[in-house]
Design a protein around this ligand. Structure first.
Ligand code: ACO
Length: 376
């Protein structure tokens, strides 16, 4: 038998996967937006290659409002197994990432999405409405222990390995008290009823998950070489994780660090200021929430760092106390060597940092960026 030319039967997994946001229409579906994954190595392997098909298309359709997924795999030719060489079992792989309902018959899927009521609402509660450029946007917020929030997260989690480098799934089988530590924000475009006659006006644009960490505040300062002879600090666990659940105590009542864990704006909506609006809305929420003492971000990438820096700085520039910060006159800025300590009044900086609930490293970066911007 002739040797198999692997290239003839291999497809780039990022090109093969077509993700669409669709609406039901008479006799079928209408795609609103179609896009490809940015990466898929954690799903299909480091080579991002799928073996055993010609003309392969993996259509992952999402009903634009409730993000109900429907998967259809099409190809012109499939490789016939020879010995141990067989086509990639796509269903077996994708079953790890999508709910079972995604694998049904296309006609059943299309029927199911026609049955979604036009007055369908996203899960959780409406947190904020934003009007911009003649369009309406809504941010909905819910707790991951809420089954409707969980269902939506289950449907869209496959987008995490496709768009967030190193992003991981949330373990939805965790006990309820642990799921309660997650808050999920959903961003939607809400079309006018005329633009979406007879169907839900909502179009899903992105989402973000936020995790609460118990904020441990030591009662005494940690031992440092200069005060090592002083009284030792009281020993306490660094987190209460292992002690919960305690009856009557909920994580949402404890002082915490709220950490933005996953943040995604779908590709058709990127670069239009939606990420900025969404980030600021989430930040506003935690700034106003008394339990949150600090807002942090898990492993941000460069694009998210840019978004965060720009928006944090814009927020701080609206505060006269911040814009009054000046370098101490007795500090000489050296071109070499360690940065001079206390370039600005450390007490003032710490007070402002706490007011804006920004983590120390991020706040120092922002102060530095601001001071540099003052240099003529
Ligand atoms: N019109 C045109 N451009 C605009 C507008 C506007 N009205 N408003 C802002 N922009 C520009 C911004 O200036 C910015 O420009 P820059 O790239 O030159 O700095 C750019 O558009 C991006 O700003 P936004 O539009 O607000 O951001 P976006 O909606 O694209 O969201 C994000 C950014 C979150 C990184 C998005 O691209 C994304 O989800 N990427 C994939 C997933 C990802 O990387 N997530 C973050 C991982 S880290 C984590 O999850 C914690």
């Amino acid at each position: 038998m002739a040797a198999v030319d692997v290239a003839d039967w291999s497809a780039d997994s990022n090109d093969a996967v077509h993700i669409s946001l669709i609406n039901p229409v008479e006799g079928g579906v209408k795609p609103l937006h179609t896009f490809h994954p940015k990466m898929s190595y954690s799903i299909f392997g480091d080579e991002e290659s799928i073996f055993g098909y010609q003309g392969l298309k993996i259509n992952l359709k999402y009903n634009a409002s409730d993000m109900r997924p429907g998967l259809q795999i099409t190809y012109s030719k499939k490789f016939k197994t020879v010995g141990e060489t067989s086509p990639t079992d796509l269903k077996a792989i994708l079953e790890n990432y999508l709910p079972k309902t995604a694998f049904g018959k296309t006609s059943d899927y299309e029927t199911s999405i026609t049955q979604i009521a036009p007055d369908w609402n996203p899960p959780g509660e409406l947190y904020r409405t934003i009007e911009s450029g003649g369009q309406m946007f809504e941010i909905w917020k819910g707790c991951l222990a809420d089954l409707a929030v969980q269902q939506l997260v289950k449907r869209i989690q496959i987008l995490v390995p496709m768009f967030i480098e190193g992003g991981t799934f949330i373990e939805l089988k965790d006990p309820e008290w642990s799921l309660e530590r997650w808050t999920v924000f959903f961003l939607y475009n809400k079309r006018s009823p005329e633009a979406a006659p007879g169907i839900s006006p909502y179009v899903f644009m992105g989402y973000s998950t936020v995790y609460r960490y118990f904020y441990y505040q030591p009662l005494t300062p940690p031992i440092s070489p200069s005060n090592s002879s002083k009284k030792a600090p009281i020993k306490r666990p660094a987190t209460l994780d292992f002690q919960l659940p305690i009856s009557g105590v909920s994580f949402s009542d404890l002082p915490c660090r709220s950490r933005i864990s996953q943040f995604l704006i779908l590709p058709p909506f990127q670069g239009g200021g939606h990420g900025a609006r969404f980030y600021n809305a989430i930040f506003d929420f935690y700034l106003a929430e008394p339990q949150t003492l600090e807002i942090t971000v898990e492993d941000p990438n460069e694009a998210f760092d840019d978004l965060r820096d720009l928006n944090d700085l814009a927020r701080l520039r609206n505060d006269p106390e911040f814009t009054n910060l000046r370098m101490n006159s007795n500090v000489t800025v050296r071109s070499k060597g360690p940065a001079p300590k206390d370039i600005v009044d450390p007490e003032q900086v710490d007070k402002l940092r706490k007011k804006f609930k920004i983590a120390p490293r991020q706040f120092s970066r922002l102060v530095e960026m601001y001071l540099l911007s003052l240099i003529p």
